[in-house]
Design a binder for this molecule. Structure first.
Ligand SMILES: [Zn+2]
Length: 362
C-alpha cells in the first residue's frame, strides 16, 4: 500500500508540475479560483418536534434563507454539477440547497420559505417510503413541489445501510445487490416525476471506494454527508455537503463553511474510507495543489478536536491516536486561501467501520 502511495505521490508531483504550467498558460484568465467552487447545504427535517440532530426549526431555517438571499447566489444543484464538470464559471459564492429523506415537514415548513425567495432545491427521497406514513411526502405533493422549483433525486429505495454485508456475501454479490436497489429507486423516481438526475445521496453518508467507483462508472453522481466545498478536483462519486441542522445550524459557524473553497486534493494515502481496523497505525497523507492554499497554516480536527498535523511542501499528514468509533467519523482539515482573505480551503475525510457482525449503526 505504501508503495502504491509513493507511486501516486510521484505521479502527483508530475501532475503538480503540469498544473503549474497550465496555471501559467492560463494566467490571462482573470477569474478567481472561487468561480469554479460551490457549497451544498444538507438539511433533513424543518420542524420543532423531530430528532434534534437532523432538524432545524422553521424560524432558524428562515434565518438561513434570509442570510443566503443577502450574501450568496442559490443555484440548482444541477448547475453546480454541470458547471464544475465542464469548467464553466459559477456565480460568486454559489450555494445549492438539498434535503435528504423526503419528510412532509419540508413541504409544510421549508417549501413556502424557499418558494418566497425563489430558491431552487433538491430532495433525495426513498421511493418505497413515499406516501407510506404521514411524516413522508406523497407523490402528489412531490409533483406540486416540482412545479414550484424543487427537483427530486435518489436516496435508495428504502434507506438501507449500503455497507452492511449479508453473511457469506461476496464483494461482487454485495455490489450487485446495492446497485440493483439504486437502479430500482431511480426507475420509480423517473416513473413518478418524469425526472432522472442520476444523483445518489448515500443513506447515512456511507460509501466505500468500490461503490463510489460504481456510481461514477454508471454515470451517476454520489453525495456524502462529510463536509466541504465542491471544486474541479472533487471526486464526483463522493461529493461533500455541509450538514446545516442540529449543532451545525448555528449561522455564525455556517457562514465560514458557506464561504469555504474546495481543497484541491491530488492524492490521498488512505486507500478506502471503509476500514476494518479501528486503530490507524499510519499517518494519513494528503497531497495538495498549493497554488492558492496557505498549506503551512493547515489544521486538522477529528470529532472537533485538534489532531497532530504535519506539513511539508505540498503534503498535509495527520494521525489519529485514539481508536476510531464503530460507524461514522471524520477528519476535517482547513487552510486559508492566499488570494481571498477570510476564505478557507476545506477538506473532509470520512471513516466507516462496521461492528463485529459487519453491520452499521443508524
Ligand atoms: Zn437519509
Amino acid at each position: 500500500m505504501m508503495k502504491t502511495f509513493f507511486l501516486t505521490l510521484l505521479a502527483s508531483l508530475c501532475l503538480a508540475f503540469s498544473y503549474q504550467v497550465s496555471a501559467n498558460i492560463q494566467s490571462a484568465d482573470t477569474s478567481s479560483p472561487a468561480t469554479s467552487s460551490a457549497t451544498v447545504l444538507l438539511y433533513h427535517h424543518v420542524a420543532d418536534n423531530t430528532p434534534a440532530s437532523t432538524s432545524i426549526s422553521p424560524d432558524q431555517f428562515k434565518q438561513h434563507m434570509e442570510y443566503l438571499s443577502q450574501h450568496h447566489t442559490v443555484v440548482p444543484l444541477q448547475q453546480v454539477i454541470e458547471a464544475i464538470k465542464n469548467s464553466q464559471p459559477l456565480p460568486e459564492n454559489a450555494v445549492a440547497i438539498t434535503f435528504d429523506d423526503g419528510y412532509q415537514n419540508i413541504f409544510d415548513n421549508g417549501h413556502p420559505v424557499l418558494k418566497s425567495y425563489g430558491f431552487p432545491y433538491t430532495i433525495f427521497i426513498n421511493p418505497l417510503e413515499i406516501g407510506k406514513s404521514r411524516s413522508q411526502l406523497t407523490w402528489e405533493t412531490i409533483k406540486k413541489m416540482q412545479s414550484e422549483g424543487a427537483s427530486f433525486a435518489n436516496h435508495t429505495l428504502d434507506h438501507l445501510h449500503m455497507l452492511n454485508k449479508k453473511a457469506d456475501e461476496t464483494q461482487q454479490k454485495w455490489l450487485e445487490r446495492v446497485w440493483n436497489n439504486v437502479v430500482r429507486a431511480e426507475a420509480m423516481i423517473t416513473q413518478n416525476t418524469g425526472e432522472s438526475l442520476r444523483y445518489l445521496a448515500y443513506p447515512f453518508g456511507e460509501f466505500n471506494n468500490l461503490l463510489a467507483e460504481k456510481v461514477t462508472s454508471e454515470g451517476y453522481i454520489g453525495f456524502g454527508q462529510h463536509s466541504g466545498a465542491i471544486g474541479a478536483m472533487s471526486d464526483f462519486g463522493q461529493l461533500p455537503r455541509f450538514p446545516a441542522a442540529g449543532i451545525y445550524a448555528n449561522l455564525n459557524t455556517l457562514k465560514v463553511k458557506l464561504n469555504s473553497l474546495a481543497m484541491p486534493v491530488m492524492a490521498n494515502s488512505l486507500g478506502d474510507p471503509e476500514l476494518v481496523d479501528r486503530q490507524l497505525n499510519d499517518r494519513i497523507s494528503v497531497i495538495i495543489e498549493t497554488t492558492d492554499v496557505r498549506i503551512n497554516q493547515a489544521t486538522c480536527y477529528f470529532n472537533g478536536s485538534l489532531i497532530p498535523t504535519q506539513v511539508s511542501d505540498n503534503v498535509i499528514s495527520y494521525s489519529i491516536e485514539q481508536r476510531l468509533p464503530i460507524g461514522r467519523s471524520r477528519v476535517n482539515c482547513t487552510a486559508p486561501s492566499k488570494t481571498q482573505s477570510g476564505r478557507y480551503y476545506w477538506y473532509s475525510q470520512p471513516f466507516f467501520i462496521a461492528d463485529e457482525l459487519g453491520r452499521y449503526p443508524d
